[in-house]
Design a protein around this ligand. Structure first.
Ligand code: SIN
Length: 312
């Protein structure tokens, strides 16, 4: 039986539904080339800012068996670097997505305007949810602000535009955010960024494990899979049919990816596990997903996407 994992994001074709999350190992040219050579279905950059940033002081990333905590503070090469790389990325024959996380609305508008003239960029993922820049709240938790930002960024023609949201925890917040997003020509929504401002503790040292913000940072990995799945499910049910949902959070095996798709995801990003395992994770997870689909007699992700059942 031939199984294919083809999918589309905002009309862009991907030959598999598994690719890297913006964050781990997607900052430098070499890292992005490695993703290009791997089984990742797309190449997604680290969230970029107007200027190059060194980010927060180290240690700023820590992992254990349950997941990760990070307070990177958006270290990146500056958006122009990712624009200049776009043509080079064409050789990998897969979509090239640039993540944008301006430190102000004005910065976002400047970057989006400039990037819109770069043909070799297939889509922009606008990050409205970084929890790690001191003094900069997560836009996605401020509904009025989010509406204002979307009003402005959607005012001019640009690439396929998606947004990366923080996790929500209350049903009213899912509804309020979905009502806002449904007013705009957004093509995809990535659910979720890390759970912001968690705390992981080293019990031997009686100390926090990362330096910035007295140890508070974004939580990823197994810790967050149920929250990520709930966000994928809610936004799949609440957003317009033409908005694709990208799952992100706790996917480290083929069955995790299956769960995200069952909740409604069109594709799934790998973050913490990619950081831990490197690019070989994409091929392994793809194989595991195909094996699972074979056991279930599914030949395409459309056979089960969004079909999560309730208990009658
Ligand atoms: C970081 O660079 O601090 C992580 C980015 C994010 O969580 O959006």
């Amino acid at each position: 039986m031939s199984i294919n994992l083809n999918t589309t994001i905002g009309g862009i074709a991907l030959n598999s539904c598994i690719y890297n999350a913006s964050g781990p190992k997607c900052t430098t040219k070499e890292e992005l080339e490695n993703i290009g050579k791997s089984f990742s279905a797309a190449i997604l950059t680290k969230s970029s800012t107007l200027e190059l940033r060194e980010g927060n002081p180290s240690p700023r990333y820590y992992e254990n068996d349950l997941g990760s905590i990070n307070s990177m503070g958006l270290p990146n090469k500056g958006y122009q670097f990712y624009a200049d790389l776009a043509k080079n990325m064409r050789q990998y024959n897969k979509p090239y997505f640039v993540s944008v996380a301006g430190l102000s609305l004005e910065n976002n508008l400047t970057m989006l305007q400039d990037l819109s003239s770069v043909d070799a960029i297939d889509a922009i993922e606008l990050n409205l949810s970084c929890p790690n820049v001191p003094g900069k709240p997560q836009t996605g938790y401020d509904f009025e602000r989010t509406q204002h930002v979307l009003d402005k960024v959607c005012q001019f023609d640009q690439h396929t535009l998606g947004i990366k949201l923080p996790p929500y925890f209350d049903l009213i917040h899912f509804r309020q955010m979905a009502e806002i997003i449904n007013q705009y020509p957004i093509k995809f929504v990535t659910c979720v960024n890390s759970i912001g401002n968690g705390l992981v503790i080293d019990i031997d040292q009686e100390q926090v494990v990362i330096k910035p913000k007295d140890g508070f940072g974004g939580i990823g990995g197994d810790y967050i899979k149920p929250t990520a799945l709930a966000n994928v499910r809610q936004f799949y049910l609440l957003l317009r049919d033409d908005i694709d949902i990208i799952g992100s959070g706790g996917a480290k095996t083929g069955s995790d990816v299956f769960e995200h798709i069952l909740c409604g995801a069109s594709a799934v990003q790998i973050g913490t596990q990619y950081m831990k395992e490197g690019t070989s994770c994409f091929e392994r997870i793809e194989k595991e997903l195909k094996n699972l689909m074979l056991q279930k007699n599914y030949t395409s992700i459309k056979d089960f996407q969004g079909k999560l059942q309730s208990i009658k």
